[in-house]
Unconditional design. Structure first.
Length: 158
């Protein structure tokens, strides 16, 4: 069974997001071992300088790198990434999971350090719009579930 890891920076408190994500994680159990790893977000002022933001992202990046399972195919979620349809994500997952586990990385409210983007095998964008990070975890779990159901020929995708 395939391993899928989601490394995310920061933790949300909204119980409705947690409930939605949990539902998709439960459903994913039929297709993969799906786990999430929380990295502490570095707290900085909203008005912080680019230098302070860079320092925080660099510190988060070091923790992210330590959490990446060895040998995984790394997918960084970032605005400059490639946009895929649900079918396209399914095809990517189908190709990758033949030989490697998958690790998705969701950055903090300031994004991801360049070193993480450089490390990624794929940079993926779900939209040109900005979503709350906690909601993005729900969307990611749902789309991963959808991708696995497409691979399995199930009707959920329709």
């Amino acid at each position: 069974m395939t391993d899928v890891t989601v490394i995310h920076v920061g933790e949300g408190k909204e119980p409705y997001y947690a409930a939605a994500e949990s539902e998709y994680i439960k459903r994913l159990g039929a297709y993969c071992r799906y786990r999430t790893v929380m990295i502490k977000e570095e707290r900085i002022d909203d008005e912080a300088s680019d230098a302070l933001i860079g320092k925080a992202l660099s510190k988060e990046a070091e923790a992210i790198k330590r959490a990446i399972p060895q040998g995984s195919y790394i997918i960084a979620l970032c605005v400059e990434g490639k946009q895929l349809s649900s079918q396209g994500l399914s095809e990517l997952i189908g190709r990758v999971t033949l030989s490697k586990p998958i690790t998705y990385i969701i950055g903090s409210s300031h994004g991801l350090d360049g070193s993480i983007k450089a490390l990624a095998d794929c940079k993926l964008s779900f939209s040109l719009m900005t979503f709350p990070h906690r909601l993005m975890r729900v969307i990611l779990a749902e789309q991963t579930y959808r991708a696995f159901t497409i691979l399995a020929g199930k009707n959920y995708h329709k």
